[in-house]
Design a protein. Sequence first.
Length: 318
Amino acid sequence: MEAFMSDALPLQKNFLIRHATLRQIQVFESVARNLSFTRAAEELHLTQPTVSAQVKSLVEAIEMPLYEQIGRSIYLTEVGEQVACSCREVLNHFSNLEIMLDDFRGMKRGKLRVAVISTAKYFMPIALGKFCKKYPDIDLGLTITNREGLLKRIEHNMDDIYIVGQIPNSNYALDIHPFVPNPLVMIANRNHPLVGKKVSLKRLAKEPFIMREEGSGIRMAVEQLFQEQGLSVNERLTLATNEAIKHCVVGELGVACVSKHALYLEQKEGPIVELEVEGFPIEKEWNIVFPAGKELSLLAREFLAFLKEKGTDYIQLP
């Protein structure tokens, strides 16, 4: 009897199995991801009272607060963040099971969640469009965000596959697949006096810069290059998107560093010109990543293979 009891699961490990339901897990994961009971209700096609009741039941089962509500805003507690991650893992396992069963039935369905840094927005919609022609019935999600937002999504296991530039530090255990070059170039208005000249970094340092926000991979690359030469950036503006930066360059507010991928839609005779600057382009790379040990769904594995085989076909550098 003692040997039998020692092999049994501890009582507390059985508690959630007996008291938490898959529906509660699904509802709380949606609330945690959307940080909204209303949006979760809309996403799951439930009434808001039903969503509230399901979350309340899960909170009672766990016996610890999972979120705080201040005014109309919801903030996850530290426990709530961990529970949300575990809920996603459970739902991912069931999603994989559904895909496998559909595959046995000869069907190609399932969920695919992709998150990319903002510069990858110039190619990822095209690649996804081509992929969806092969699998037209998939449930698709695409998030385009900055580096900080992407790292948070990786930390919380919110997507299947991510495309990043600079690899995060060692706090993130990642499965890394180098993808394509991501050269960083300097741009200016076509009327800028430096256009058509070979420019030293020291001369460039005198120009007003339009910079990406703190934490941006492009910003870090530029600052590192300048620091290595004992120079500093003459920062005039800080903006969070490449499109906003390009508009400011057109407005002659300064020079800027952007991914060359951000220029492929620009007309050759348009108002933005790439400068010839010492130390540029800064050679960087896009990487396809996901958390190490993550069990990719059949659909995500198929998309990963698709990107490796054909992804570069949809990338155009000017």
